[in-house]
Design a protein. Structure first.
Length: 134
């Protein structure tokens, strides 16, 4: 028989998806811009601390909605502006692609996005920023 995924792992996944939905609802139209500010803040804090940004991915906190809220709050404290989000269908599709790169393990860029040692890491992160409108 095929082993079933552990219910604990599935519960964590379900809670995290609920947290992302709640965060999107809370932030509304500003959600993409605030997520981008959080990504930028993570990079900035890592540079300031002399810590590899991959530590966020290794610890699993880069994918946690609560971490985005914390980093967005720090960005606001430091007056890091949220990036303007251009309207329109093409931009929505681009941001959707960027979100899949970050959250969908099946996406071809997912592994490189989350591994700073991957030879494509910089290329994929640049693509992500471009898709998010940065």
């Amino acid at each position: 028989s095929t082993p079933k995924p552990s219910s604990a792992a599935s519960d964590v996944y379900k809670r995290q998806n609920e947290a992302w939905s709640k965060l999107d609802g809370e932030w509304g139209r500003d959600s993409d811009a605030r997520q981008m500010r959080a990504v930028q803040m993570a990079a900035r804090l890592c540079r300031m601390a002399g810590v590899e940004q991959s530590v966020f991915n290794e610890m699993g906190i880069a994918d946690h909605p609560a971490m985005y809220k914390i980093l967005d709050a720090v960005g606001r404290l430091l007056d890091e502006p949220a990036l303007p989000v251009p309207p329109g269908r093409q931009e929505q599709q681009a941001r959707g692609e960027a979100q899949r790169m970050m959250h969908d393990p099946e996406h071809p860029d997912y592994a490189a996005f989350h591994n700073s040692d991957d030879p494509r890491f910089a290329e994929v992160r640049t693509k992500y920023m471009r898709l998010m409108g940065a």
